[in-house]
Design a protein. Sequence first.
Length: 361
Amino acid sequence: MRIGVSKRSLAEAASVLERIAPNRPNLPSLGYLYFEGAEGELVLRASNGELDLELRVPAEVEGEGAGLVPAHVFGQIVRSLPGELAALELSSEGLEVESGSFLTRMAVSNPESFPPLDLGDGDAVSLPAQELAKALSRVRYAAANEEYRAVFRGIQLELRPDRMRAVATDGFRLALYDAPLSRAPEAKRVLPARSADELVRVLKDASGEVSVRLGSARLGVEARGFRMGIGLMEGEFPDYERVVPENFVFEIRFDAEALRQTIERVRVLADKGNQRIDLHLRPGALEVAAEGEFGRGREELPVETEGEGPLMAAFNAQYLVDALKGLKGQASFRLSGPNSPSVLTGVEDPGYLAVVVPLRV
């Protein structure tokens, strides 16, 4: 089998798949990339046991064949190829890779040892690719990173007849994003946040709709150029709606990027332990202040206000910065009290909502 393929397309695909193939796999074959020639395409696949990804790269293919090559070695080789085109030739002696003046031969393992692509067993529904990517990426920051936090390390994807929602929380903050849908079945599935990262990465170039298979144990996603199977998380996602306050004593409206930059400047002097910054709110103004062992910093912003003031509340600076990232234009921050959860929403992006819990002082 001989394959002619763009070096750039091959390198991009290999880089994405390398992220999935583990460096120290429990199953030896998971350290490899599966490759196969198809009509007009080079099929590449990686798996880590929980996440399976297949990418299809346009190529000129002569003959048939398949094999396994070490994922990370293959990735390094194709990224460093000197030419714009790469020629791959599979024979009994291995896989020959040629580009420009470069030529190498890699050992190839038996493709039958590689696990099959598992897309799950559920019914399929069509979802807008870019809205799905946006929903997952906007809430990702709020998922827990610690291994022991179980379901908190996931993102819940909810489908309702009129909308799609992504939700993440680590118990200290919460983020949700709603996107309208014209039709959808009722469903809830919890994706590992790290798997959601890879899904967002492959969706960035997708257009139109993707087919999503809602299995009980796996989520299958399919579109032109890729297929992905994601192992779902077990356990009940927390009843997050009960922690979203409905009554507020003070609201400020401001430019989201301006406040984010202010917090970034002031937080340099914050205590390194809890990253505490103080928000002093009064009619028409917001003061952001921080104090640590190296001094005190403050900055004041003009804001629109509603409610009775003044009011002071302390927050973790990183939590506020994370919640503000991605917001464009005007935003609203509503406080239910100095020690009660506060709600951040985008005026120009009404689908987004973040809940941030103040520090107790």
